[in-house]
Design a protein around this ligand. Structure first.
Ligand code: UTP
Ligand code: MG
Length: 492
């Protein structure tokens, strides 16, 4: 191999906590002046020369090797081609790309590192993973969302005469949060081994610290006290486990959305994986495969009671064994996929909002282009960020996928997972935007081909009017840069 230095990381699990303590007591720092002597839970083995005094057994079997490797596009394509039916392909896609056990453990270890690091100041600190790493919809290599809680979990002991001296919280809670997070970010950046590329995004509605843990290879978003999001992950996990078809369907639709350029890892005016997942859950409620959140709330017992920040009631059934009846719907995954495209192709995004809580649509409370009620905080729209242009693009892509699935005897999932080569592609940084318009340097033939396709998809849409509208949308698009240049040019 042409690599002079290869790093191998091994995650070791011990049977007893005392064994871990034993190891921690044996670890040492290098006796050099250049190091900051932080004690964590990540270590390195010395090289052969200096290792002579350490006895290492050579035949410790590894449970999993290369547990974090992600299949290449080619490998995935080959696997999908070898599956018999489209439903099988959807299951294969899910099985080969889902976050595996080691991926989950590495993420918990990454969270644990921060807990250890700040436990001197806050002995009851907890750093909880949430989002796709734990909600059942995470894929290999997904980012890790973390919430740090430094609050005291113990009830006040009114009989105790010894009371800790503490500082008081600033009257401006937002400023306090900002200061706290700045300090946390500085500490992480300067003192915590393996943490790099720390970015502070502290003016957002939910302030976060983005960082990379280079030892575990995980990109992290750290927020504080954002407990509603943690309970939301519990809700999504619950839904993911109600029926075996939920995860393969969500994985397929997330993959499709990524392929056609509807989603992107960078935040922006496009639909997020989270919002898309809620659309899928809502569709499955419509198909009576999933219960509404109101039903889950009615079934909750005392131990399910949870109240998050700002008194948000996050109480709902946690134990699936107590769900009285499961669905009698036996629709195949392929049919559900097609059904999803048909359902949302005809959905009235203009006046209707999606409510997972009620399991029905409601009238849109405002003029947001896409309205998906936050299940736990119904007054909030989780897709408030989505622009009209992106909703239009969503609709076009839904119709196209529906059309592709029904036009031929199409039994191959790969047909809808192809990036669109016939539509003009604009690139800005990492984001690839497929825009269903006919501009730029495409040949006249290509323009006509795409126009015909658009016409079929748009049904009765008047071609000229649609074209004019798309022209307007295109000009307004913030990533409209002629010839696919990476710098954004907004045409006014
Ligand atoms: P993310 O946007 O990171 O989504 O939000 P995700 O589910 O982890 O998906 P990917 O893989 O990163 O794209 C993380 C979590 O934050 C909560 C949800 O629990 C979500 O899973 N969240 C997000 C909310 O509660 N409300 C929101 O408006 C957005
Ligand atoms: Mg995430």
């Amino acid at each position: 191999m042409n690599v002079s230095f290869v790093q191998h990381f091994v995650l070791i699990e011990f049977k007893k906590v005392s064994h871990v303590e034993n190891i921690l007591n044996k670890a040492t720092h290098m006796n050099e002046e250049q190091i900051i002597p932080v004690e964590g839970s990540m270590f390195w083995f010395r090289t052969e020369k200096t290792r002579s005094k350490i006895s290492v057994s050579k035949d410790v079997p590894l449970l999993i090797k290369n547990g974090c490797s992600i299949p290449t596009d080619k490998e995935l394509t080959d696997l999908l081609l070898s599956a018999e039916t489209m439903s099988d392909q959807m299951v294969t896609l899910y099985e080969t790309t889902k976050l595996n056990d080691i991926g989950v453990r590495i993420r918990f270890q990454t969270a644990h590192q921060l807990e250890r690091c700040f436990s001197g100041l806050f002995p009851h600190i907890s750093v909880l993973p949430f989002g796709s790493s734990v909600n059942g919809f995470g894929k290999l290599g997904c980012d890790l969302d973390l919430v740090l809680r430094a609050t005291n979990v113990n009830e006040e002991n009114l009989n105790s005469r010894l009371v800790y001296h503490t500082k008081t919280i600033m009257s401006d809670e937002r400023l306090q949060t900002k200061k706290f997070m700045e300090t946390i970010a500085d500490t992480m950046q300067h003192f915590v081994p393996g943490i790099c590329n720390v970015r502070r995004i502290l003016h957002a509605r939910v302030p976060i610290i983005k960082y990379e843990q280079s030892f575990t290879g995980v990109e992290c978003d750290l927020s504080i006290t954002n407990l509603t999001a943690v309970y939301m992950s519990e809700l999504l996990r619950l839904y993911s486990e109600v029926d075996w078809r939920v995860k393969p369907l969500v994985f397929t639709l997330r993959k499709w959305a990524e392929c056609v350029g509807l989603t992107n890892s960078a935040p922006g005016r496009w639909i997020t994986n989270f919002s898309l997942t809620l659309l899928v859950l809502f569709y499955l409620q419509f198909k009576q495969i999933l219960p509404s959140l109101s039903t889950l709330k009615k079934l909750a017992v005392k131990r399910d009671t949870r109240v998050a920040n700002s008194m948000v009631d996050c109480t709902f059934l946690r134990d699936l064994n107590r769900l009285p009846e499961r669905t009698t719907n036996v629709t195949t995954l392929q049919e559900l996929l097609h059904g999803f495209y048909e359902f949302y192709s005809q959905f009235d995004f203009h006046t209707k909002a999606v409510s997972i809580r009620d399991g029905t649509t409601i009238s849109k409370p405002d003029y947001s282009a896409l309205y998906i009620c936050n299940p736990l905080e119904p007054m909030l729209n989780v897709s408030k960020n989505v622009s009209i242009e992106e909703v239009e693009k969503l609709k076009v892509n839904l119709r196209e996928a529906s059309w592709l699935l029904e036009s031929t005897d199409n039994n191959n999932l790969l047909t809808i997972l192809q990036p669109k080569k016939d539509l003009m592609t604009l690139v800005r940084g990492k984001r690839v935007v497929n825009v269903a318009v006919l501009f730029g340097e495409d040949s006249e033939d290509e323009k006509t081909n795409v126009a015909n396709k658009q016409k079929t998809l748009s049904g009765s849409l008047n071609k000229d009017r649609a074209r004019r509208r798309r022209q307007v949308n295109f000009r307004r698009h913030p990533w409209n840069s002629k010839g696919g240049k990476s710098s954004p040019t907004v045409h006014k």
